[in-house]
Structures are given as C-alpha cells and as structure tokens.
Design a protein around this ligand. Structure first.
Ligand SMILES: Cc1cc2nc3c(=O)[nH]c(=O)nc-3n(C[C@H](O)[C@H](O)[C@H](O)COP(=O)(O)OP(=O)(O)OC[C@H]3O[C@@H](n4cnc5c(N)ncnc54)[C@H](O)[C@@H]3O)c2cc1C
Length: 378
C-alpha cells in the first residue's frame, strides 16, 4: 500500500486554504501554517467581495483554469452548505473601439462563452446606475458575479480540517529548507518539522520568505472604497458586478447586503509596498480624488463620499502571469505566487494544481502560459 504523503502548506490565505482542502481531499497528511488565521484581511483577501467571471479580459488562456475552478467552487459549496459565490453577472463596459473591449470579444468567440451584447441605448435603459457615453458597448457575462473572500478562505480551511488537515494559526514560517535525499524541513519560532513536500503560498510575503528566488514579485497596495446610493434600489433592479474600460478603468461590485457599491482600480493606480509587514492600512484623503472623479463621471446614482475604505496588498509579476511550480533544483517545494490581481476566481484550481504537483509531480492543467518554475508536465 502506498504511504500517505506528508505535505506542509505555508500560508493559508486565498490559494493556500484551497491547496490544503485539495491535498486533504486527496488523502495527504496536511499541516498548514499561517502568520495570522484563515480569513484575515491583512493581505490579498478581504473586503467582502471578489469578482468571479467566466470571460477573461486580457488572456483567454485563463478560461480553462477558471472553468476548472468553477466546478470546484460548486463542489466546495455543496460539501459545506455555505454560499461562497453568488452569480449576479458581470458587465464589461467601454468604448466599442477600445482594444480591451475587442480582446474581450475575441476571448468570447474563441471559447464560445455565453454572453449578451448591449448597445449604448439599451444599456442606459436597463442599467440606469451607469452613465453611458455615445459609442459605448457593454457585454454581460451571465456566469459571473461575486465571491465572498473571507468566508471562502475560512470555509476551505475548515473543510481541510474536517478532512484531517492540521492548521497552525499565528505561526509564521521562518525557513523552508530542502533535505538531502528528498523532503523538506519547515522551521517556525517553536520547532522544525519534516515533510515529504511543501506547497508555498505566502502571497505578498514571497520575497520575505524566499529572498533568493530568481523571479521578482513586486507588492502593491490596492484600495477598496464603498459608496452609498443616493436613492433606494428597487426590487428587481439588476445589479451585476462591472468592469469599465477606456478613460479611467475601474471595477465595482454591489455589496452582498445590497446597501453599498465597492469600487476598485487596476494596478497602475496602486502604490508599491516596501515591506508587507508594514502595509499602510489608512487611506489618505488625496487617494480618494480618483474615486470621486469616477463616481461623478460614471456612477451618478452614488454619493461620491465613501462610507468605508480598506487597503490590501497583492504580489504582481512583471508579466502579470503567476509563478507556479516546483522551485528550480527542488521538486519537493511547490510555489504558487504573484497572482497579479487575478487569483481569487481561480484559487480552487490553483489548489488542485498544488496538490497535483506536490503529490504526483506533474499536472494536466493547462498552465504552460504561466511562469512555470521547474518541470510541471508528465
Ligand atoms: C483589493 C483587491 C481586489 C482584488 N480583486 C480580485 C477580483 O475581483 N477577482 C479575482 O479573481 N482576484 C482579485 N484580486 C486578486 C486576489 O485577491 C489575489 O490574487 C489572491 O487573493 C492572492 O492569493 P494568495 O494566496 O497568493 O495570497 P493571500 O491570500 O494574501 O495569502 C497569503 C497567506 O500567506 C500567509 N503568510 C505569508 N507569509 C507567511 C509565513 N512566512 N508563514 C505563514 N504564513 C504566511 C499570509 O498571512 C496569508 O494568509 C484582488 C486583490 C486585491 C488586493
């Protein structure tokens, strides 16, 4: 009989909690570590919502991974009875001749994705919450909506525990060392434990934990701002998540409680973070100017003064493609990092990928376009 593999998961945030679930579901003996506790909001996850969408805006090669993630989101919901995701749709809007709008249409055509095209006139009637410019086009992705980040991380971690994983909360990992002859040692302040393999998912702390990594992951601080509508929404109003291209690009997600709308910006507007241990969580008034401009210009039904603000951080690679795979020269240490603003929706697929690589040493998932580290194919 094959012996059960012992696998450490370092960082039980977005991807690590899913990896712990997938590894435990596949029979591994899992010990997962986090410097905080699953579901905390001091890193990349938090702020109530993340967009899930089937239509990928910049690169169609994410589509199969998001499909795989979609099946696993359904499975995790079914296994736990928790509503982690709600499919309210996602509306992409922008000038019809905007290059990113054209990429969206290409990705839809290439993968045969469900969608609805809405012209400027119909858009103004059906979605009066948005100010529409002449020549605007909108595309509605019906298999889209929002995921609840804190609940998802906690639920995946809890499911992993139910399947036998041990989670060591408030236990930062200080070092990960390969052992001669195979295996990995994980050192914390209290002890050193030995494993057959380690899945390393430290998010923005990747440079801290693996300072000699030959790939750079730059950490940026992203602000979320919540706005109240000037008037009550009416029952039956369609309130999809939305992504606007052209002019100042931004995205928004109506809050699950129906009271407010959260807005966020792309990476070009994020400030760098020098040290992930010192994330500036307070938001300065001058950082709000761009949000005020967006609300005034595009969302006339919202009060431009935010009622809630939060700052998170995320690791970006130069290409914005994640770093995935075994570390060069050490097949037993599997790294997944640098999700560059895209990681939440596909996190269960990344958890499965981690389990493939840590348990089998290869994967059939189509990840060649990502920055793969060591060997990942069979
Ligand atoms: C504001 C914002 C909005 C976003 N919106 C979207 C969206 O709409 N849709 C989407 O798909 N993606 C979105 N993203 C991207 C997505 O949230 C991230 O890609 C994803 O959360 C990254 O997951 P991660 O597991 O790499 O990092 P994290 O979730 O940050 O997890 C890293 C974990 O590792 C732990 N850790 C670090 N170092 C150590 C150590 N030494 N020892 C033990 N534990 C350690 C941390 O405590 C943390 O729990 C957004 C990101 C931000 C910041």
């Amino acid at each position: 009989m094959a012996t059960r593999k012992r696998v450490a998961v370092v960082g039980t945030g977005t991807v690590g909690s899913q990896a712990a679930w997938r590894l435990a579901a596949r029979g591994a003996e899992v010990v997962a570590y986090d410097r905080f506790a699953p579901g905390h909001d001091r890193s990349a996850a938090g702020g109530e919502t993340r967009v899930f969408r089937s239509v990928q805006t910049d690169d169609g090669r994410y589509v199969p991974l998001v499909r795989h993630a979609d099946a696993l989101w359904k499975q995790l919901q079914a296994e736990t009875g928790r509503e982690l995701r709600r499919l309210t749709g996602c509306l992409f809007m922008g000038p019809a001749d905007d290059p990113e709008m054209r990429t969206i249409m290409d990705v839809i055509a290439e993968h045969g994705l469900d969608h609805e095209l809405i012209d400027a006139e119909a858009l103004a009637k059906r979605f009066p919450q948005f100010r529409v410019d002449d020549g605007d086009l909108a595309v509605l992705d019906p298999h889209a909506g929002y995921i609840r980040p804190e609940l998802s991380v906690q639920t995946a971690a809890r499911r992993a525990e139910e399947l036998g994983a041990r989670i060591r909360r408030y236990t930062p990992v200080r070092e990960i060392n390969p052992v001669g002859g195979g295996g990995v040692e994980i050192r914390t302040d209290g002890d050193t434990e030995r494993f057959d393999a380690a899945v390393v998912t430290p998010g923005p702390w990747v440079g801290d934990l693996l300072p000699d990594l030959p790939w750079e992951v730059s950490v940026y601080r992203a602000i979320s701002a919540w706005f109240l509508p000037n008037e009550e929404h009416h029952a039956g109003d369609e309130r999809p998540a939305f992504i606007r291209r052209g002019g100042i690009p931004f995205y928004g997600i109506p809050s699950p409680d129906g009271l407010s709308v959260k807005l966020g910006l792309p990476q070009a507007h994020h400030r760098p973070v020098d040290d992930p241990n010192r994330l500036e969580r307070a938001v300065a008034p001058e950082e709000l100017e761009i949000f005020t401009e967006i609300v005034r210009r595009h969302l006339p039904g919202l009060n431009p003064n935010p009622v809630r603000l939060a700052a998170f951080m995320e690791g970006y690679t130069g290409s914005t493609r994640p770093l995935v795979g075994p570390l060069p020269g050490c097949d037993d240490i599997v790294l997944l990092a640098g999700f560059s603003g895209q990681g939440f929706k596909m996190s269960p697929a990344m958890g499965d990928l981690a389990a493939d690589l840590a348990l089998d040493g290869h994967t059939d998932l189509p990840i060649e376009f990502m920055t793969t580290l060591g060997r990942t194919a069979a």
